[in-house]
Design a protein around this ligand. Sequence first.
Ligand code: CA2
Length: 147
Amino acid sequence: MRILLINGPNLNLLGKRQPGIYGSLTLKEIEERTAKRAAELGAEVRSFQSNHEGEIVDFIQKEAEGADGIIINPGAFTHYSLAVRDAIEGAGKPTIEVHISNIHGREEFRHHSVVADIAMGQVSGLGWRGYVAALEALVGFLQERNQ
Ligand code: CA2
């Protein structure tokens, strides 16, 4: 079972700035923890981060066919990128949206996600653990579906 783990703009700065909002783990540490849990569950994670909308679209177009599901934190693209939304929808794979902070408890402009209605679900506000929670839910769902 192969899961794509995609992070959008500025998330490469995790652990280096604003630890009060986004925690102290680096993106590499989060990716490692998610990959470790995936291995325990018999799954494999392919991680990708980009600050560029088109690169995220290209990655989804290229990699989704060989994947079973997607975990994505689109960063600020969450709130306005119809290109990322269309790529996810076009991939046709179960997708869970993750946010480290609770987007519903922050500024008004962060409350709306253009991805939320095409995602299986959204994890918001659980810090790095949200990625692991999303992975466990996605793998559980896929295992049940493939039975
Ligand atoms: O809470 C999340 O995970 C967000 O997707 C993070 C985005 C923000 O635009 C969304 O509204 C919610 C921003 C990521 C910025 O990441 C940084 C990490 C460390 C230092 C500075 C920025």
